[in-house]
Design a protein around this ligand. Structure first.
Ligand code: ADP
Ligand code: ZN
Length: 733
């Protein structure tokens, strides 16, 4: 009798599952994790399906499954989610599965820790170091050996010596838990009536269970976080798990602190900077089936994570929250192209659980869904504590701009002075890293550009280098112009945050200035400590890129000056207006959150632009009204669907020719319009020439299916040519 065959999906760049034979007596079911031979190596895969009728011609070539791994199986809903994402995003199924199996190689029981405690008489020979260890351990409690040495200020050798003498004994300590149990009733706040109504609605949503999407729509500082914590509490009470997605996990320390205040403990975290061991332990803890009564028996009941946390194999996920749902960081632009907010809604739908989206400036897509009642809107109209929204004034750079070579207009400088005199903080916002975006030769006009990209080199004086923001290429500033050989002829054009710091130091001497920019941040810890310094008021002027725009609560900050409000408007991106509105609204929303009235200044060349007008008038509805009409008229999302195809290669003509052949192979469909191929706005990145095709279809059209048909007949890229498909593109560069 032929042996049983199953199809196993492997985390490699392939769409189909492979067939393997099951050794007699091995119990296997769909979802089980197994190790299997793949070529010369061993891979971890997941049983995707039974294969009742394997191809008889292959039968005797099929390999056997090595072993079934002792890990919880991937739940049917997660497998369904993998299939769904792969179909939708045209990504290889195996690559989507790979995102679920990011446990690394450190699985297995948590590392045991060796502890020491007092056990016998004092040693014959006493030293000061030994004395300190004994004093520390005099309480008779066991401590990890390293901790004991560190706390006593001695080397581990001193502790070992005392063990050898029999004064101390060693013992095995249980592994440190990843997170302590969340206490849903630790410290619930007293809610305002509007908050209470929203919190009640969310508790009811969780209690009722099932799929639904709610938008928590409230101005910055209205208590959205506090309110969604009630949904977290209710889910934990029911013994189920919660995923809170954050756009940029490094920036979420305040949320973690607030979580700790509300629930008594910090939640587990998931992001790219976890150590391999912590990653493996977190993965395993998330997947572990709860022992005993659910809530108490679970090591991890709440995860705060970056977008990749959406693919973890939760044992019993009961709620997904997407904080700052409008944030562009939710879109993954390499490997599997997916939007974590949209896929969170999909996962919620498949798992039949509620999804909560929170934002003060919802994406146009979400706003339309709320207006059409596909999503329920929970409105928090006011700031907690009765604080008003900041007053916003435009500064027309055409009429009252700064003197040449300067970037802070006199009126904004005056406002900063006033804030400082009052002992308040000021934030100067400029979404530009480095010292200057462009360096040119005064003699011949030569501009320093990246050799690999279609981009200028950005002057980073802090590191004394000129850097390409697209590929990371960098050089020290040249002595002479490469074009005309003039010496010391280079001049910086335009501002970056480092240059703004120079200007602020001369405008406001004696103040404490902190620049927050991603390239100056060396670690998550460093960033978190800098944010804490601002929060505690030990900084007077903050100069920052979009890193400061998000979610922070700085009690002493009442003034925000936007140095170049027009920066994001002119880049040909269909979402430019939306992005600019959201970013500027968020950043000015940092002002006036606690005491005093917040004040925002927008330095702009176009104060009549609808985005500036809506911001100044504090009229969010006006902005959405205009923007939604525009999208509808032009059939842009969410009223139509888009996909981008990017063909790239190191040879320009070959890339272009391939892009043309791909375009010619497009199946005919009345509903679909194909634009291009055209040279991409960023025509060269990392030495690769790029051509773009944009595919437009009506909303109710299955664009993914169409693209799949197309890709099946399109010529396959050869050599160094690559073709990337991006469904629902967010970037148009
Ligand atoms: P949002 O998420 O809308 O920006 P938060 O939930 O972060 O707002 O709340 C803003 C600030 O107000 C936080 O410091 C928060 O602790 C505080 N806050 C909000 N609601 C309450 C409440 N009902 N009781 C006490 N403090 C609150
Ligand atoms: Zn470059």
């Amino acid at each position: 009798m032929a042996s049983r065959v199953v199809d196993i999906l492997l985390p490699v760049a392939l769409d189909q599952a492979y067939s393997y034979r099951v050794p007699d007596g091995m119990a296997l079911a769909p979802g089980d994790l197994v190790s299997v031979p793949l070529g010369a190596r061993t891979e971890t895969g997941v049983v995707w399906a039974e294969n009742p009728s394997p191809n008889p011609r292959l039968d005797n070539r099929l390999k056997y499954v090595d072993e079934r791994l002792d890990l919880p199986p991937l739940a049917p809903e997660l497998r369904q989610f993998v299939d769904w994402v792969s179909d939708y995003a045209l990504a290889a199924r195996g690559m989507v599965l790979r995102m679920c199996l990011r446990m690394g190689e450190h699985l297995g029981p948590a590392r045991e820790r060796l502890g020491v405690r007092l056990a016998g008489p004092a040693p014959a020979r006493m030293t000061a170091a030994r004395q300190r260890v004994l004093a520390l351990l005099a309480d008779g409690l066991a401590r990890p050996k390293r901790d004991a040495a560190e706390e006593a200020g001695v080397s581990v050798g001193v502790v070992d010596g005392l063990v050898d003498e029999g004064t101390l004994e060693t013992l095995v300590l249980p592994p440190e838990p990843l997170a302590l149990p969340v206490d849903p009733d630790h410290a619930a706040p007293d809610f305002t009536p509007a908050q209470q109504a929203a919190a009640d609605a969310l508790r009811a949503t969780v209690a009722q269970g099932g799929y639904s999407v709610s938008l928590i729509d409230g101005v910055t500082g209205s208590g959205k976080t506090q309110v969604y914590f009630e949904a977290v509490a209710e889910t934990v009470r029911r013994g189920r798990q919660v995923l809170i997605l954050m756009p940029e996990i490094a920036l979420t320390s305040q949320v973690l602190d607030r979580f700790a205040e509300r629930f008594g403990v910090r939640p587990a975290e998931w992001h790219s900077q976890l150590t391999p061991r912590k990653r493996a332990r977190t993965w395993a803890a998330v997947a572990a089936v709860a022992a005993g009564t659910a809530a108490a028996g679970r090591e991890v009941s709440v995860i705060v994570g970056a977008r990749s946390a959406l693919f973890l194999p939760y044992a019993d996920l009961g709620l997904i929250i997407v904080d700052e749902e409008h944030d562009p960081a939710y879109k993954q632009e390499d490997g599997v192209h997916y939007h974590a907010r949209d896929m969170a809604v999909v996962r919620g739908h498949i798992a039949k659980i509620p999804v909560l989206l929170a934002s003060a400036t919802p994406s146009v897509e979400t706003e339309v869904n709320a207006r059409r009642s596909r999503y329920r809107r929970l409105h928090l109209p006011e700031r907690f504590g009765g604080q008003h929204m900041p007053v916003i004034e435009p500064i027309d750079l055409r009429r009252e701009g700064p003197p040449p070579g300067r970037f802070v207009a006199p009126r904004l400088a005056q406002a900063v002075h006033t804030a400082l005199e009052r002992g308040e903080q000021a934030l100067l916002f400029l979404n530009r890293r480095g010292y200057a975006p462009l360096t040119l030769c005064r003699k011949c006009g030569y501009r320093l550009a990246c050799p690999n990209c279609d981009a200028w080199l950005v002057d980073h004086r802090f590191n004394r280098r000129l850097v390409c923001h697209h590929c990371g290429y960098s050089v020290p500033p040249p002595q002479a112009c490469p074009h005309c050989a003039a010496l010391a002829s280079f001049t910086a054009c335009g501002p970056g945050v480092e240059r703004l710091e120079e200007e602020a130091a001369s405008l406001f001497p004696g103040t404490r200035i902190l620049v927050l920019s991603s390239d100056l941040v060396t670690s998550v810890e460093r960033l978190r400590s800098e944010l804490a310094e601002i929060e505690q008021g030990s900084v007077d002027i903050v100069i920052g890129t979009q890193l400061v725009a998000k979610g922070h609560h700085f009690p002493k900050l009442n003034l925000v000056g936007v140095v170049d409000a027009d920066l994001g408007l002119s880049n040909g991106d269909p979402r430019a207006a939306e992005r600019t509105f959201q970013l500027l609204h968020q950043v000015i929303g940092r002002a006036g959150r606690e005491a005093g009235r917040g004040l925002g200044y927008l330095q702009t060349h176009q104060p009549e632009h609808p985005v500036m007008r809506a911001l100044v008038a504090g009229d969010r509805e006006a902005f959405y009204g205009t923007e939604i009409d525009l999208r509808e008229a032009s059939h842009y999302p969410p009223f139509g669907r888009l996909a981008a195809l990017v063909v790239s290669g190191d040879d320009k003509h070959a890339a272009q020719a391939h892009a043309r052949r791909v375009a010619q192979a497009a199946p005919h469909a009345d509903a679909v319009r194909i634009l291009g191929p055209a040279e991409a706005p960023l025509a060269l990145i990392r030495g690769r020439y790029r051509f773009r095709l944009l595919v437009k279809s009506p909303r109710n059209f299955d664009l993914s299916a169409y693209l799949r048909q197309w890709m099946a007949v399109a010529p396959k890229p050869k050599g160094k040519i690559r073709l990337e498909v991006d469904v629902d593109p967010q970037s148009f560069l």
